[in-house]
Design a protein around this ligand. Structure first.
Ligand SMILES: Cc1cc2nc3c(=O)[nH]c(=O)nc-3n(C[C@H](O)[C@H](O)[C@H](O)COP(=O)(O)O)c2cc1C
Length: 161
């Protein structure tokens, strides 16, 4: 999925992150990231985010908005244990993501990927969704719907596409 944040001066920032877990009952979606990354600092200043999904075969676009937070509902230790060792190693790199380097291979430093190396940099970010904008394209007619939570009450509306 694509995650949009804003920098403190209001510049929009987009990047791909892997959707890791969903808790439908509490409307939470989780992804993993490095606490040293730019997106982590951006979320500290402004936790409002947008998410974007596109299913090309299904001609479907889903956009979501919500509030990012460190949720206790997702088990960080368990998520870390389930990660592929190669992914764990990324979090153990000495250089923070986005650090300037003089050659592209400078950042490929194999760390001693012990069981806990990198764990301190590993974060599970939960997004509490309060808006879903669903768009389905079809020859028979496009359809669009909005699902909005407002004061704990769900509102479901059809929209002109
Ligand atoms: C297919 C793909 C999956 C990715 N998944 C993640 C992810 O789950 N978490 C993450 O922090 N970065 C992920 N990245 C890297 C981000 O897109 C981004 O380049 C990096 O996190 C730095 O972003 P930032 O400087 O905005 O913090 C992924 C990139 C690609 C291409």
């Amino acid at each position: 999925m694509n995650l949009a944040t804003t920098t403190p001066d209001g510049t929009p920032r987009l990047r791909t992150v892997v959707l890791r877990e969903v808790i439908p009952a509490t409307r939470q979606i989780a992804f993993h990231t490095d606490r040293r990354s730019s997106k982590s600092s951006e979320l500290e200043v402004n936790p409002r985010v947008a998410l974007h999904f596109h299913d090309r075969r299904g001609a479907l676009q889903i956009r979501m908005e919500g509030l990012a937070h460190a949720s206790q509902d997702f088990d960080r230790v368990n998520a870390w244990r389930k990660l592929h060792p190669g992914s764990r190693e990324q979090y153990a790199q000495e250089l923070a993501p986005g650090s300037e380097i003089s050659s592209p291979t400078d950042a490929i430093v194999r760390s001693e990927a012990t069981d806990r190396g990198g764990f301190e940099n590993f974060t599970v970010v939960a997004v509490q969704i309060d808006l879903i904008d669903w768009l389905s394209l079809a020859q028979s007619g496009h359809r669009r719907a909005a699902f909005r939570m407002s004061d704990g009450i769900p509102h479901c509306l059809w929209l002109a596409p």
